[in-house]
Design a protein around this ligand. Structure first.
Ligand code: MEV
Length: 472
């Protein structure tokens, strides 16, 4: 089982004009949508999304994934659960976030590698299939995260630095993006000269906005955003409520303010200094808006780890004397912190060794094959107690274990004082699916072949353990 999350977005400048080829600036926000995926044996695809009214973007992303990326996979049983920090009402881009997160989750559990660009392209196709219109800026934010200078269809996707001091006000009104985009398209057809001039002017503002953002010249960026709003008003996509919130924010001292997205409702944004933030937030509230506290420049689509990063590990010196306690996160980001770990190799009566394939949500070596059982020694535990606990948690077994050896191993991100145990056991094994995606027995002849063909990739701990017992 794995969980992937993708961020929401806010359009900083350039909406509508971006649909006609002008650039825009978008930032990803730390309100995330989560897709948890698990393979099933029943061949069925199930989607559970209690917060959503419909699942057409998930369904279309699944169909797109299997038709374009995994046409040869027959065993398509998968269950997907979706939850979100934000509702589809606020205009943070739940459709794009769910498409992007679904595609990445499917790629991981069916082991089809996809670059971020491939995920972007597939999710953009999903949007066009369903909505018929759209620039794809929201998909770029969900995929790549950060703040982006963007052109339609991903012709340009340029990361920009900086968190942006934004205040966000929600109007309480849900906007219908495709309808608004079509309305603007119709206007452009009717009055091409006038509307094209507006788009061109917005495009120029965006270019200046990019420079202001790079220079962290917030006052200038604020002014440019307010100019952009005037053009959006001319396009007819603003609303009374949006105008009221924008005006209040400006009167309360914001550097600038505008609608964000298609218009008609959803959110407005204001740029404000730390000193003015509270006054701007209060003004938005008094004007009938709901302040949404978000952090901009959020990380793009990512795999969420299921490992508790705050769990305390035992830190030792080279002679295994306890010198302190540090969190999993600290131990896995500092190779000088030697911490206690355990490993177990299980053999069946024919002498084959059992290995486990680590789940993709592990914080170290996701997808690699490891010792039959492994883990860390937590505060208050002995090595023996740790391996007994890990055996129960990971495989629900309790065979007799024998001490084999103790060694220090330093690998990419961590250094462990590892005690290796062995046991003989034919199962049955009940792997915990949050930790393990698969277990299998390998014979002494078979394993080297599978390593050579690349079918099996071993963790460094498993390589060391297998060498120690003479299996490699
Ligand atoms: C909608 O949030 C932004 C628009 O520019 C549409 C799009 O770019 O897809 C109006």
């Amino acid at each position: 089982m794995i969980t992937v999350s993708a961020p929401g977005k806010l359009m900083l400048m350039g909406e509508h004009a971006v649909v006609f080829g002008e650039p825009c600036i978008v930032t990803a926000v730390d309100q995330r949508l989560y897709v948890t995926a698990q393979k099933t044996d029943d061949g069925k695809i199930t989607v559970n999304a209690p917060q959503a009214k419909e699942t057409k973007f998930v369904d279309a992303s699944i169909a797109k994934f299997f038709s374009l990326k995994a046409p040869d996979i027959d065993d398509r049983g998968v269950s997907l659960s979706i939850r979100s920090d934000f509702t589809s009402q606020v205009g943070f881009g739940s459709s794009s976030a769910v498409s992007v997160a679904t595609l990445m989750a499917l790629g991981l559990i069916f082991e089809i590698s996809m670059t971020q660009r491939e995920i972007f392209d597939l999710a953009y196709q999903v949007t066009l299939d369903i909505q018929g219109v759209g620039s794809g800026f929201d998909i770029a934010a969900a995929t790549f995260g950060g703040t982006l200078f963007f052109k339609k269809g991903g012709e340009v996707i340029e990361p920009l630095p900086n968190e942006i001091p934004l205040v966000v006000g929600y109007t309480g009104v849900k906007a219908d993006t495709p309808t608004l985009v079509r309305m603007v398209i119709a206007k452009q057809k009717k009055y091409p000269e006038k509307i094209d001039r507006i788009f061109e002017a917005i495009g120029k503002l965006v270019l200046q906005g990019k420079e202001a953002l790079l220079a962290k010249d917030w006052e200038k960026l604020g002014k440019l955003m307010s100019f952009d709003q005037e053009y959006l008003r001319d396009l007819g996509v603003s609303s009374e409520k949006l105008e009221a919130l924008i005006l209040s924010a400006k009167e309360a001292g914001a550097w600038g303010a505008k609608l964000s997205g298609a218009g008609g409702g959803d959110c407005m944004i204001a740029l404000a200094s730390d000193e003015k933030r509270k006054a701007v937030e209060d003004a938005i509230t008094v004007a009938g808006g709901q302040v949404m506290r978000v952090t901009t420049h959020a990380t793009g689509v990512r795999l969420e780890t299921t490992d508790n990063q705050k769990e305390l590990f035992i830190v030792v010196d080279k002679d295994d004397n306890i010198i302190g306690y540090k969190t999993r996160y600290e131990c896995h980001h500092d190779k000088t912190l030697i911490h206690r770990g355990v490993g177990l190799l299980i053999f069946d009566k024919d002498g084959r060794v059992l290995l486990q394939k680590r789940s993709f949500s592990k914080d170290t070596n996701p997808g690699f094959w490891a010792d039959s059982v492994g883990g860390h020694v937590v505060t208050g535990e002995s090595y023996e107690e740790a391996i007994q606990r890990e055996m129960k948690e990971e495989l629900r077994i309790a065979p007799l274990v024998v001490f084999h050896s103790k060694f220090i191993l330093s690998c990419l991100r961590e250094t462990e004082m590892n005690v290796l145990f062995t046991a003989v056991c034919d199962g049955p094994f009940h792997p915990d699916s949050t930790e393990i995606s698969q277990v299998a027995f390998f014979s002494k002849n078979e394993l080297p072949r599978k390593l050579l063909s690349g079918e099996v990739q071993l963790t460094e701990f498993a390589q060391e353990a297998l060498k120690r017992v003479g299996f490699l």
